[in-house]
Ligand binder design. Structure first.
Ligand code: NAP
Length: 241
């Protein structure tokens, strides 16, 4: 089980919060980071089982100086997980989608992890790892998903290049399919339950992922000393249908 200090960027909600809980229950020290001090405080209250091993850090992954300072403040750090993404204005038909919104999606989902790779070098031990988050839009694009499809595919491209450049530090990604997190409040609003039920019926496994299903894959990638440059799909068979 993962030990040492793990920084989870995006740890105040959904997948990142589930990962923080799993790591704490396994005995790791954890820092959860995201933009909002209020959301971090609420997450820390939710994770109250191990307050002595939990820290919070306000960090916007789009801010280069913030990422650099955040990583310096986290030393010693053994593993970094990035789950941050903002679903607000992330999808929409090409004709109505603004370039500023498209760039904002790429800033958080792709350039953020790129900055983490850049500034983590030198802070992680040789046995350390970085685990990023891709996602099903890279493999099952839909009309309106041009930017999220491209952003997730870009993360997967980044993984191999970072795995070589930061070696022996290992770099991998987890690619979730549909997962029941607060992100769906933003995307589906009042239709959230209905949309999740529709999606579950279409999946070979018959249900959408719980955040812990996907968090367990992060822990597996952190723990296995011989996996690098890999994208691990945790999608309930979504790529097959
Ligand atoms: N849920 C799904 O069905 C699904 C499917 C495929 C892939 N994914 C991917 O899985 C990952 C986790 O998503 P989720 O469903 O857990 O979403 P979520 O519940 O909305 O959580 C997103 C987290 O990212 C943080 N965040 C957003 N922008 C940030 C920024 N600029 N800097 C730092 N932190 C930031 C948020 O906190 P603050 O607001 O405090 O910053 C929050 O902690 C994302 O990469 C998403 O694209 C999700």
């Amino acid at each position: 089980m993962t030990t040492g200090h793990v920084l989870v960027i995006g740890g105040s909600s959904g997948l990142g919060l589930a990962l923080a809980g799993l790591l704490l229950s396994g005995g790791a020290e954890v820092t959860i980071a995201s933009r909002s001090a209020e959301r971090l405080a609420a997450a820390a209250a939710h994770l109250r089982a191990a307050p002595d091993r939990l820290r919070t850090q306000v960090l916007d992954i789009r801010d280069e100086d913030g990422v650099r300072r955040g990583l310096e403040a986290s030393v010693p750090v053994h593993h970094i997980a990035v789950t941050a993404a903002d679903a607000t204005r992330a999808t929409g038909p090409l004709g109505g989608f603004q370039l500023t919104d498209a760039r904002a999606v790429m800033d958080a989902k792709f350039f953020g992890p790129w900055l983490v790779g850049r500034y983590a070098a030198g802070h992680l031990p040789p046995t350390g790892s970085i685990t990023l988050t891709s996602g099903i839009p890279a493999h099952r694009p839909r009309p309106g998903s041009s930017v999220t499809a491209a952003a997730n595919a870009a993360v997967e491209g980044l993984v191999g290049a970072l795995a070589l450049e930061l070696a022996p530090v290992r770099v991998n990604a987890v690619s979730p399919g549909w997962m029941d997190t607060p992100l769906w409040d933003t995307i589906a609003g009042d239709r959230r339950a209905e949309r999740l039920a529709e999606m579950a019926a279409r999946l070979p496994v018959g249900r959408v992922a719980r955040p812990t299903d996907v968090a367990e894959a992060f822990v597996a990638l952190m723990d296995n000393a011989h996996i690098t440059g890999t994208v691990l799909h945790v999608d309930g068979g979504q790529r097959l249908v």
